[in-house]
Design a binder for this molecule. Structure first.
Ligand code: WT7
Length: 665
């Protein structure tokens, strides 16, 4: 199935053999089905009256003013959900649980990588968020101002996000693995005036500084007024006159703050995601619809029982999975979560299973790439721990291979736990296609059907719904509450990117297939965006990073299937003429280029291999033929260093070029 995940594969591509032979079915456990939050009738109810269904779901929130209209779609594709409603996101996530007498309930069991721990109750969280909100007010943050957050997986990151939400100041969280220039671009794009960060973070047992990247970024962002720095590692950091220690400013604030209500459509956050072309897109999520969507799906798809469950989304807060299912949904539902700072192999490969054993985790949510890594490490590692509390396993980020699904279910879930393969995107805000653990008989490798209240279809090139057994493009045919509202500052790009390919439908960019029962199998992106370890990377961004190196003239990047990371970045580069021949063939240069990409974008974007070539295959209109390059990259094992000396590679390119000429024009 790894082939199926390859981004460029045409939706009807031949990589479906595994699908056709996949006949395993796993029924919901009887006890889970008998007590499930959501039963089969939800599908019918939602189909009968979709908006009434979403009106019901919104009752999961506390509104200070109820909405007048569930959906206003008159200005499509610009949606307004819960029109006229007012609420405060942080109040819903925190205060109301304290008011209901649940202040002592644990919100987070936090586990630091070095082994330090913190237990944070809802009452603690209320005080921390109030103090942080008061601090932001002191720093001049007003409703509508943007705040950038560049932090690791520590409780203050959650607190910072909720403090922004409390003030109606949209946050933009930038993943801590991104480089200074990526941070700078995001700060500038949304014009953030305050940045919240840390001195450093723990990563694989050592301290990695984060603050220097902020210094580098902020040096080019004159409009940033202050940088608020949480002390995490205690390492030495350079200090500028914009910098303030979090503990100096936040700790002395009042622990109470009265939340104000905001319009349902008030911006909650901007999350940047790669596109096929150009700069990253700032995906805008607003308040009422987004919160309804994530709260409902967390309750339905994970069957969350806030009284007894211990929930763990093992993802980074800097991605949408962390926003929706570490922060907003679990807190709105009053759940207890685990939050872990570090990597799965620090200090040993059993760390996750040790955490599950220790906190008696009942629901685990992670990505196929991580599952494949655990498979590589061996089933004997989790076998050493008590995982008997687990009752549901989730997967997200890319298609899950049937082998990985079955391994996960067997070795982690001991064949008792349903696996919910949840398809969604940064843009959708929350789950869209997923089994329901108490209802659906799961098929390994399939995300099954749209959840109640969501309408998805697979269409052909002409936008016609395909029949069972056929593949095509995944589209969403009706608006949904958690949908992005626009691309920050670029309404036209929002329309062009998502709503133009198939008029009236949202085009997700993924290929999908309906099996004989009409269940959905995701096939990966139909464009050139790569998915490396569940992270979506754009070829263009990496190409631009390579070309920004003084020795590179041109670059083409493709995603080649990779056993561990789903896809791996493979780059082809043409050097500038001035580069001496000996250097052009050296391992040193390849290393330099890989590091350059890591610095410009992120270590995640580092090419697995870089091949120096004299020429690149292009269509007549000048577009690089990436599909051909992907074939080359996948049909040869390339080492770290492959140079133009390697004529067999160039032979492959030219052979392919002859047969493929013109097909992408
Ligand atoms: C893209 C969205 C959703 C949060 C993490 C990634 C791929 C995501 C699945 C899945 C097959 C999946 C799609 C999608 N994807 N989940 N269960 N099965 N593919 O968010 O970075 O916005 O990426 O990830 O290609 O379009 P994202």
């Amino acid at each position: 199935m790894t082939d199926t995940a390859s981004a460029g594969a045409a939706p009807e591509g031949g990589a479906l053999s595994n699908l056709l032979h996949e006949t395993r079915r796993f029924d919901p456990p009887a006890e889970l089905a008998a007590n499930a939050n959501v039963t089969a009738d939800a599908y019918q109810r939602a189909a009968d009256d979709r908006l009434a269904f979403w009106a019901d779901a919104a009752e999961r929130l506390t509104w200070t003013k109820k909405w007048d209209q569930v959906l206003d779609w008159s200005n499509a594709p610009f949606a307004k959900w819960y029109v006229g409603g007012k609420l405060n996101a942080a109040y819903n996530a925190v205060d109301r649980h304290v008011e209901a007498g649940n202040g002592d309930k644990v919100a987070f069991h936090w586990e630091g990588e070095p082994g330090d721990t913190r237990t944070i109750t809802y009452a603690d969280l209320q005080k921390m968020v109030s103090q942080a909100a008061n601090a932001l007010i002191e720093l001049g943050v007003q409703t509508g101002d943007r705040v950038a957050i560049y932090m690791p997986m520590i409780p203050e990151t959650v607190v910072a996000m909720l403090a922004c939400a409390r003030l109606g100041a949209p946050h933009t969280v930038v993943f801590g693995g991104f480089s200074a220039s990526a941070l700078r671009d995001r700060i500038q794009d949304c014009d953030a005036r305050i940045v919240i960060t840390v001195d450093g973070q723990y990563r694989r047992g050592s301290q990695a500084a984060l603050k220097p990247a902020v210094d580098e970024a902020v040096a080019e962002c004159p409009d940033v007024r202050n940088v608020l720095v949480v002390r995490r590692t205690g390492q030495d950091v350079a200090w500028t006159d914009k910098d303030l220690w979090w503990h100096d400013v936040v700790d002395r604030q009042s622990t109470t703050h009265t939340p104000e209500s905001f319009d349902a459509e008030h911006p909650l956050y901007v999350m940047y995601t790669s596109g096929t072309t150009g700069k990253p897109k700032g995906i805008l999520h607003t308040t009422g619809g987004y919160l309804t969507h994530v709260a409902y799906t967390h309750w339905a798809v994970f069957d969350i029982k806030p009284e007894t469950d211990v929930f763990w989304t093992a993802a980074d807060i800097g991605w949408v999975t962390g926003h929706s299912y570490i922060v907003y949904a679990p807190l709105i539902n009053g759940a207890t979560s685990v939050m872990y700072e570090g990597t799965p192999d620090t200090p040993h490969q059993g760390r996750w299973w040790e955490i599950i054993d220790k906190y008696k985790v009942t629901i685990l949510y992670t990505a196929p790439t991580t599952i494949r890594m655990f498979m590589k490490w061996g089933a004997e590692v989790p076998a050493r721990y008590d995982l008997s509390t687990l009752r549901i396993l989730g997967s997200v980020g890319e298609p899950i291979n049937p082998e990985a699904y079955v391994w996960y279910r067997h070795n982690i879930g001991h064949d008792r736990t349903p696996v919910v393969d949840t398809w969604w995107q940064t843009e959708t805000g929350g789950h869209m296609i997923s089994p329901l653990p108490g209802v659906t008989a799961g098929k390994p490798g399939s995300a099954m059907t749209a959840i109640p209240g969501v309408s998805a279809d697979v269409v052909d090139d002409a936008g016609q719904s395909v029949g069972n057994g056929q593949g095509g493009y995944l589209v969403l045919t009706e608006p949904w509450p958690g949908m992005l509202r626009t691309i920050w500052g670029d309404d036209q790009r929002y329309v062009d990117t998502y709503w133009s390919r198939f008029p009236g439908y949202y085009f997700a960019g993924d290929g999908a297939k309906k099996d004989e029962d009409g269940d959905l199998w995701l096939l990966g992106r139909v464009d050139d965006v790569m998915n490396v370890s569940g992270h979506r990377l754009s070829t263009t961004e990496i190409e631009s990073a390579l070309v920004s190196h003084e020795k590179v003239a041109e670059a083409a990047v493709v995603g080649a299937s990779d056993e561990t990371t789903g896809q791996a970045v493979v780059a082809f580069v043409i050097l500038r003429g001035a580069v001496p021949k000996e250097e052009a063939q050296g391992a040193e240069l390849v290393k330099e280029l890989r590091n350059h990409v890591a610095h410009e974008i992120s270590p995640i974007a580092k090419p697995r291999s870089i091949m120096v070539v004299p020429d690149l295959p292009k269509t007549r209109s000048g577009k690089i033929m990436r599909r051909l390059l992907r074939d080359v990259a996948e049909h040869r094992t390339m080492g770290d260093v492959t140079t133009l000396q390697d004529s067999s590679v160039m032979d492959l390119i030219s052979a392919g070029l002859d047969s493929a000429k013109g097909d992408e024009d």
